[in-house]
Design a protein around this ligand. Structure first.
Ligand code: MN
Length: 173
């Protein structure tokens, strides 16, 4: 139709979608490019970035990483529950299944791979499948294949950034 479409978006504020098409002269006003009229202007609030607040179980033995992850989750509007090792992750997730688990791979007592295997075997026959996103220190170490083999759904490389975390939560949450 010889028009144009634009999108501008700011994290935490919202998005503006604009569609411009050619329209009769009398519909124009001084703010619009010559020969174009805005026919649709839709504003979406921050709710579109986090469709629902998730209860996220974070299995992480390192305090600094746990604090960082809690801050990111809070910023995205989600709830943080912490497990300090794989064994805690298994028991906390069976007591009250979270919406999603962020699972550190290297932990004392029970590592992320073994904890995931136990959670998956506990789910057998129940029809449940809690999404588990692994937190790996090094994507090049072969951890990523091990994560998927252990029953994890996806993985993020540490230190986690806000954008990759938000994307993972939207995809798997
Ligand atoms: Mn660790």
């Amino acid at each position: 139709m010889g028009g144009r479409i634009s999108v501008s978006s700011e994290v935490g504020k919202g998005s503006v979608f604009e569609v411009w098409i050619r329209a009769p002269e009398q519909l124009e006003d001084s703010f619009r490019p010559s020969g174009f009229a805005a026919v649709e202007r839709v504003q979406l609030g921050p709710a579109s970035l986090a469709p629902r607040p998730l209860r996220v179980l974070v299995a992480e033995d390192d305090d600094t990483n746990a604090i960082l992850t809690r801050a990111l989750l809070k910023k995205l509007g989600h709830t943080f529950v912490r497990a300090r090792n794989g064994a805690e992750a298994v028991s906390l997730s069976s007591e009250e299944p979270p919406d999603l688990i962020l699972m550190d791979v290297q932990m004392p007592e029970l590592d992320g791979f073994e904890a995931t295997a136990q959670i998956r075997s506990g789910e057998k026959g129940s029809g449940r499948h809690v999404p588990i996103v692994a937190l790996t220190a090094n994507a090049m170490s072969g951890d990523s294949e091990r994560c998927l083999k252990a029953g994890m759904d996806a993985y993020l490389t540490k230190p986690i950034g806000l954008d990759p975390l938000r994307d993972a939560l939207m995809r798997w949450g």
